[in-house]
Design a protein around this ligand. Sequence first.
Ligand SMILES: [Zn+2]
Length: 435
Amino acid sequence: MSDTLASLREYIGGLPLVDTHEHVVPEADRLAVPQDLFSWFPHYASSDLVSAGMPIPVLEEVRNPAVPLEERWRKFAPYWEATRNTAYCRALLIAARDLHGVEDITADTWRTLSDKIAASARPGWYHHVLRERANIAVSLNDTDYIARERSDFALFAPVRRMDDVVGIRSRAELKQLERDYDTTVHSLDDLVRLVGRIVERAVADGYVALKNAMAYRRPINYELVSRHEAEQIFNRLPNYLDELRARVYPGVGLGWAEAKPLQDYLVHQFIRAGIDNHLPIQIHTGLQEGDGNLLVHSNPLYLANLLCEYPEARFDIFHAGYPWTSEVATLGKNFQNTYVDLCWVHVISPAVSARVLDEWLETVPANKILAFGGDYRFVEGAYAHAVMAREVVAKVLAAKVDEGYFSAAEAPALANRLLHDNAWDLFKLAERKRS
Ligand SMILES: [Zn+2]
């Protein structure tokens, strides 16, 4: 190991992190359900199990606490052997080793690990893992389903998802919005007013960013649509026959392609509200979590028109757009309002994140590179991801010092920017509400 790497590892090991993206469930909710080994398989590693051939009903059995643990392990083991090579699974091995002192997940060790995970279900575990072990100063938490009142503001800064409004395709969904926001929506104007109210309320409630994850549902090309065109689509939502049918067939509504002009219009409204209220906009691009997605919908180059249209906005482009990582570099290079974000990527592949960071450091101004976001629902995953992120940043910076691209004196300040300062400044975390 080079001296450079050793000293950077030590320096970066001591840095507090700003975590740009998590989906961590409130601790009280987690404490309400029993924990075991398979609580670490709500996403990511479980998707690799399915990719390896595990049938979905078997995954459901493996996750089912009513099924005896031995039987769940027996069904899980062959697929674990097939997937333990992936970075998703390596992250779990890091968590098992560091947080529970269990060196591997095998026929001999799984029961011990599972018992330790069960025993960790106590108040304060989140603080222990995220603050004391991972040294994360604050995590931006995507609260699509998390009530603000149950959010722990000491550890998390909440992020407001826009998809429940933007994704609207049916009258039933419109009715749901009316219930959720205690309002009535009878026109496009009402809906646009609701967007403004949601964003203003988000600021008052301490949210620090808006989030768009529509890449799971449709292509992310948000065209400039006339109000008239959007209103025509809106006026087709209240199909009263559909509303009656929706009680039986909840999927009923306009297809995404039909609804797209209205959705595009609403995305633009959210961005304008984000600008008015000084909230950055986080956008999912690239790989979607889960099995069987339409990757082509999430090409980050679709976003260029938004980046052009709203120079005064701040866009945080997620997941390095993987596999379109060079495309994201060019967006970060071309647009002053565009930040590039490695959230999720170190656990997709540390080889990829190292390659990408190396390229970004040569292409994108360092004040716009965000190098860590855990993107986990459970804190042990966020911990392991933080370990992997520190290692990648140390290795990449050390290599660039050793090859003479940076001086040894430049590297620590860069590490600070990438892992803490850039996100701290972008999301104005010094001013954030803490209760
Ligand atoms: Zn996410």
